[in-house]
Design a protein around this ligand. Structure first.
Ligand SMILES: Cc1cc2nc3c(=O)[nH]c(=O)nc-3n(C[C@H](O)[C@H](O)[C@H](O)COP(=O)(O)O)c2cc1C
Length: 155
């Protein structure tokens, strides 16, 4: 069985996780509600988070700590959403723990969204040169990730 775990502040990562879970026919779990959840029945687990100020969201970090041992025994997929497109894979390597990036079967970048932001975050984003109000979700990347993971899962 397969599980997609996500963390999301303004919803774009959640939407990507929902698309992926549907493509994979996988269960979907919000990391914030997943500390007590057993991963025993899953052989494939996908973890997805946006990057905020250079870090994964806190609920995802907590989930990774809580399930540290179990996750290392799964077939793993990792994905990020982040504004710095050209550095996305490097950012993934810097934000997810090395013990997971080193064993992940699939790694993906699914885009970004700078929409629906409250005033303070809009201000912060303008300061780092982000194109506030824009969104780019890479649905083809999500489909390719799902296909690759399906192939990896039967290996
Ligand atoms: C306040 C704020 C800080 C951000 N910081 C970063 C960052 O440090 N690096 C980056 O690549 N993207 C950054 N982003 C872009 C987010 O990762 C991107 O908007 C993502 O799609 C948000 O996901 P969510 O809608 O699931 O919360 C930031 C966005 C916001 C609003």
């Amino acid at each position: 069985m397969q599980l997609v775990v996500y963390s999301s502040k303004h919803g774009s990562t959640k939407r990507c996780a929902e698309m992926l879970a549907e493509m994979l026919q996988a269960d979907l779990l919000n990391a914030a509600e997943g500390l007590e959840v057993s991963l025993d029945k899953y052989d494939v687990v996908v973890l997805g988070s946006p990057v905020y100020v250079g870090q994964l969201l806190k609920p995802m970090k907590r989930f990774l700590e809580e399930h540290r041992t179990a996750l290392q025994e799964k077939k793993l997929g990792l994905f990020v959403l982040c504004g710095f497109e050209e550095r996305a894979m490097e950012i993934m390597e810097q934000t997810f723990p090395k013990e997971l990036t080193s064993i992940a079967a699939c790694k993906g970048y699914f885009g970004y969204s700078y929409t629906n932001l409250p005033f303070f975050e809009r201000l912060l984003c303008r300061m780092i040169g982000a194109d506030v109000g824009t969104e780019k979700l890479l649905t083809e990347e999500i489909a390719a990730f799902a296909e690759k993971l399906k192939q990896e899962a039967v290996r």
